[in-house]
Design a protein around this ligand. Structure first.
Ligand code: AMP
Ligand code: GLY
Length: 423
């Protein structure tokens, strides 16, 4: 089978690495792709929102399956685009339609869904510019810190957590009246602050059944000991040591089952990934957010622990046969440590040559922001590449990642030295 993966990050390189191991995979394409995917597949270079050019490439290359990495094409309706086109309707596209993708694309939609299906989450209220004074009153009833969320997609920047009420009011005003995040903040969700440790839960759903992947935890802050600005993710581990049998059972019963039941009740034929951002509040799992994709860099620790053939897994999603699949999990611990461009998540430079890749023996390299220039691999983004180590203990896995990182050099390279510190 010929397969196309949409996206260009570490998540997509991991899908590519996994699918390329399948005897069922003939020609593998990634679009736009990065230097890592170019080594094992053909990069097409088409942006993920250019549906018309994607269509041309799918037909030209006789592609039978498309795996959508990031959320944007899903929110923009790539599923419907394929389903409504007579030349594409037979292609298996892994990802939900735009209605279901609102679980990620609209915080208000997600909160209503959770309340309707009694899924534990923070208490909230939502406001628009015409209800600013009510929003201020609502803030005054809350205890700090105040959590303000732009309703729509805001490139991961739309959530503000603020200690001071006056500052919170000022930011709220700027979101609603001055469209701080554009259209995304025309509506704002204000919610209760939850205190606890976060973790990431991934499900693949065929519309009838869901299979839960191993849990993971990512490290979002740029600085060691979880300080500084939020990033896309600086590292991840799987499994998560504090998820014992009892906690896993609570996640299954209180969160996963009602989520899948809700999707069915709403007639959202959900064929794709569901990423549930969870928080452990005094031993109780609560939902922080839904995403309609895999996490990055969580994918880089979750997928290497799954032994199943991924083409078969995705075929089962398309054929609604997931109930026949049993996951085979590698018991080892996986960790990944992300190396980034100096300055990230703010301003950073690109175009630096990456050296030492050929010296990595004991870890898996997953590229994020990299590109090939001439005969060199050069940096092309904030998050550059991540090294995944597998080991019988977290220490052993970490050693493989960190030993590998010592071999790699590019100008202004930075990574956190404390991934896994809190576990
Ligand atoms: P979200 O985009 O909703 O995942 O929010 C981004 C990040 O903000 C989350 O990963 C949490 O670290 C934090 N966050 C969001 N909502 C809450 C909340 N209600 N309580 C505490 N932290 C939150
Ligand atoms: N690592 C978090 C995310 O992918 O959103």
């Amino acid at each position: 089978m010929n397969i196309l993966i949409l996206g260009s990050g570490g998540r997509e390189h991991t899908f590519c690495w996994k699918l390329s191991q399948s005897p069922k995979c003939q020609n593998l394409y990634v679009s736009p792709g990065n230097a890592g995917t170019a080594a094992i597949a053909t990069n097409l270079g088409i942006p993920v929102l250019d549906f018309k050019s994607i269509k041309v490439a799918v037909i030209k290359n006789n592609i039978q399956m498309v795996i959508v990495g990031p959320e944007a094409p899903l929110v923009e309706g790539i599923k419907e685009f394929f389903q409504s086109d007579s030349q594409l309707s037979k292609v298996s596209l892994i990802g939900p339609n735009s209605e279901a993708a609102k679980l990620e694309g609209s915080k208000s939609f997600a909160k209503k869904f959770m309340n309707k299906y009694k899924i534990p989450t923070a208490k909230y209220s939502e406001f628009t510019s015409s209800s600013l004074s009510q929003a201020f009153k609502f803030l005054e009833t809350m205890t700090p810190p105040y959590v303000l969320k732009a309703d729509g997609l805001a490139g991961g920047k739309g959530v503000l957590i603020i200690e001071d009420i006056d500052k919170a009011k000022k930011e709220l005003k700027s979101m609603l009246l001055n469209r701080k995040f554009g259209k995304a903040s025309e509506k704002v969700v204000i919610e209760e602050f939850l205190n606890g440790i976060e973790l990431s839960c991934f499900i693949i759903s065929d519309g009838k059944t869901g299979i839960t992947f191993p849990m993971a935890k990512d490290y979002k802050k740029i600085g060691e000991a979880d300080t500084g600005l939020n990033t896309g993710g600086m590292g991840a581990v799987s499994p998560v040591p504090f998820v014992d049998i009892e906690f896993q059972k609570k996640i299954d019963e209180k969160i996963i089952k009602p989520t899948l039941r809700g999707l069915k009740s709403e007639n959202m034929l959900y064929q794709g990934f569901i990423f549930i951002g969870l928080i452990n509040v005094d031993g109780e799992p609560m939902v922080i957010e839904y995403n309609v994709r895999m996490g990055d860099p969580e994918t880089e620790v979750v997928i290497p622990r799954i032994k199943n053939d991924f083409v078969s897994l995705f075929q089962a999603v398309s054929n609604q046969n997931l109930k026949t699949i049993k996951l085979k999990i590698d018991k080892r611990v996986a960790v990944t440590v992300m190396s980034v461009s100096g300055g990230y998540p703010e301003k950073y430079n690109k175009g630096y040559a990456i050296k030492g890749l050929e010296n990595i023996k004991d870890a898996i390299i997953f590229h994020s922001g990299t590109i090939i220039e001439g005969d060199k691999v050069v940096t092309n983004g904030g998050r550059v590449l991540t090294l995944t180590g597998l080991g019988n203990s977290m220490q052993e896995a970490l050693k493989k990642s960190y030993n590998g990182l010592k071999e790699i050099q590019f100008k202004e390279m930075y990574y956190r030295n404390d991934i896994g510190f809190d576990l």
